[in-house]
Structure formats: structure tokens, C-alpha cells
Design a protein around this ligand. Sequence first.
Ligand code: PLP
Length: 365
Amino acid sequence: MIPLCIPQMSGNEWKYIKDCLDTNWVSSVGSYVDKFENDFARYLESKAAIVTMNGTAALELALRTVGVGEGDEVIVSSFTFISPVNTIKYVGANPVFVDVCRDTWVMDEDKIEELITSKTKAILPVHIYGNPVNMDKIMDIARKYKLFVIEDATESLGAIYKGKKSGAIGDIGCFSFNGNKLITTGAGGMLVTNDKDLAKRAKYLSTQTKTVLENGAFYHEEIGYNFRMPNVLAAMGCAQLEKVEEYVKVKLEHSTEYNNLLKSVKGINIPTQKDDTINVNWLYSILVEEDFPLTRDELINKLKENGIQSRPFFMPIHNMPPYIDCKHGDMSVTNSIGVKGINLPSSVELNKENIKKICKVIKEC
Ligand SMILES: *Cc1c(COP(=O)(O)O)cnc(C)c1O
């Protein structure tokens, strides 16, 4: 079976984790936590980075850090993994769903302004499947209405928008190191920001708002959270991060190969890459149009029969029971791509022969 997306352990993972076990620094403070934060901030060209126990925690922490709370509204795509939408609810706020672009499948910046009200506090763009959102437009809107921008960059590590790393453009960017992401710590996340005050506040909230008094006692001025990542996982993160540039290069080779083999197949739409951006194609994805001989689900079965794992696109969140009553604009693109899209195998370890085999099965339909 060619799997959808599995991690690769080919660097210093064992060595650094062993170091934690040998020295007994296994828990939530330690040199690898500091190193992972510093190395990640440097890679992102961002001023600060704060580790969290997963990407969802990073998103919740981001919302709490900028002060989104009870009754506020946050504008978010409905075409996304559900995590960012859930975190809006965790802090007592309400998601307001905006449609996505027909070509890039990310938040449609032209449909945002009509959804802004006096309750709107933030915009939460998701760089879906590794394709950057049009951040210039989003930042302009945010400035005009004094809103925060929290980037869900969990799928776009390595993607570039106008020379900047995806995730390092908004007020805060959030990353995930779940097992299927470009680099992994098993479970883990990171919050990045260029604002020193937001960085300080995020670290404070994520570590139980702990102030250590002169006599060593813990004092807490407000309610805090334990969103920390243990040193032993940060060690794995340091090793994975050493490979990130190599992984990004391989991913771009894979998407070029996929694009070349699929671009002339009738009824298949390949991913778009806008000028001035690099789509890292975290999950290389296609749309199955009406003039393709098989339906989307039939193609998924056909791939499965040939030992190839694939997955249908995220279903629109605004149609899911917990969110059915939430405010949204015109959702025509979200509704249509949700039933057409497929994620194809996208592991770093994939080789050209695998990609040829996958594309051959699709062509032969
Ligand atoms: C993976 C992912 C997350 C965070 O996932 P965790 O499992 O909590 O690390 C958030 N948003 C999107 C779009 C994702 O794909």
C-alpha cells in the first residue's frame, strides 16, 4: 500500500531523544525546548516561537493571547480541518464562515468585508494543503477594521508568500507537528509571532501564568493553561527541523512530477500556484470534474484496489451539526469543491515510480 502521508525518521531523532532519557530531562522544561523554539523562529524568520502540545493548542493559545473571547466573532474558512473552528468555540467566540477561492481553495479575501460586524475580532486564514492565502489583502482588511490575524499554517510549513515564510506574516502563526505533517514530534505544535509582547503573553498563558516569587513560591495573577511540550518531544522536533529544507525540496519535486503527469488528463484539475507564492503541496490534491469518467468516490476506490491510499477533501464545516447555525456568506465554491477533491499520497519518502504508478491508475480510468 502506498500510504497517504507518513513521517520520516532519518536524522538525529534517536540521538537527541536518548540524550533526554540519559540526562533525565524528559518533561516540560529543558534545553531542547529552548533550542526547538529558537531554531524554529530562525527558520521562520520570526522574532519568537513558543512550543505547544499540539497544533490545536497553538490555535487556542493564539486566540487567548490576542484576547478573543465570549461573544466575539472570528472569520474563518469552512473548507478546513475542523481544529481552528473548534478553538474559536473553546474561547467562547463564534466562527463566521467565509467561502474559498475556486483556484487555490483558500479563504476568498473578496468575500470577507461583507461579513465584518462590530463583534468581529480576528480573521483566521488557513493555508489549506500548503497553498498560501493572499495575505497582503487580508492584512489590509485587518488594518482597516483593527482586527487580529491568526494564520493557521499547520499545513503550510515551507510555503512562501512574496518572499516571506507562510505563518510569519499575521500577528500570530500556528503550526502542528502531528504525525502526518511535514515535520513531526508525534504530537506537537508551535506559535510564532513578531510581536515581543504577544510572545511574552503566549508563553505566560501556556505555562499556567506562573510567576515565581523570591522565596520560590508560585503566584498566579489570572487563569492559565498547560499547553507545554515535553523536552523529549522537542528533542525530536530539533532533529526533524534539521531536515526541513531537504523535505521541502523533495515535496516540490513531487508536485512538479504529479503536475506534469496529470495536467493533460481530461476531467482532472491540478493545484494552482499563484505568482509570488510557493505552494508546498503538503497533501498533493486534485479535483475530479464532471467530465472525468468516474465519480470522485469511485476514483478513491479504484486507487484503493491498486494499493494506493487517498482521501476525500474536508467536508464543509458549516454543514456539520455543531456549526449548522453559524453565520456564513455565500458558500458556493466551498460546497462544490468539497465533493470533488482528493488528496493523493504525499509522504516525503514517496519516489518517482510511486507517483508514476498513481498517475497511471488515474489516466487509465
Ligand atoms: C493538523 C491541523 C491542525 C492541528 O492539528 P493537531 O492535530 O492539533 O496538531 C489545525 N488545523 C489544520 C488545518 C490542520 O490540518
